[in-house]
Design a protein around this ligand. Structure first.
Ligand SMILES: [Zn+2]
Length: 148
């Protein structure tokens, strides 16, 4: 485990184990909304990419992803989770009821938080498992449009 400083947290992460997990052929949802997110990941801002790189995460492979429709600005709200091998050493966990400036950190179009209660954690991941939750405002980048 390696100690890293990431935004407002200090973490211990096992990059090797986490990277190996994300290199696996993980089963992903193939609906249009999820495909749009995955495509948008390729055009992700470099500062966001760095957050994922520091944790060993492949951004196009979230463990959970939901889309909540289009905003007035044309961006779509996505909420999801990633899991890594690691633990939180310093800083606050977030909860669904405590998703605020203290428990989360904003970077460009993403807001990140670490959740104590694990949800949708993949069984294949070695322990300790840490859950990274996010909220993101993502443009529609696919040519095909959803029908909503
Ligand atoms: Zn989907």
């Amino acid at each position: 485990m390696k100690k890293i400083h990431l935004m407002k947290w200090v973490l211990e992460v096992d990059l090797q184990q986490t990277k190996e997990f994300y290199l696996k052929d993980l089963e992903m949802c193939s609906c249009l909304y999820c495909e749009n997110y995955m495509e948008a990941c390729r055009q992700m801002d470099s500062s966001i990419k760095l957050v994922f790189t520091m944790l060993g995460i492949t951004p196009s492979k979230p463990s959970h992803l939901s889309e909540f429709g289009e905003n007035e600005d044309g961006l779509r709200l996505y909420i999801g989770s990633y899991h890594v091998v690691g633990k939180l050493v310093e800083g606050e966990y977030c909860r669904d009821s405590e998703w605020n400036d203290t428990t989360t950190a904003r970077m460009k179009n993403f807001t990140f938080g670490f959740k104590k209660e694990l949800l949708f954690a993949p069984n294949e991941l070695k322990t300790p498992v840490l859950q990274l939750d996010f909220e993101a405002r993502i443009p529609w980048v696919l040519n095909e449009k959803p029908e909503d």
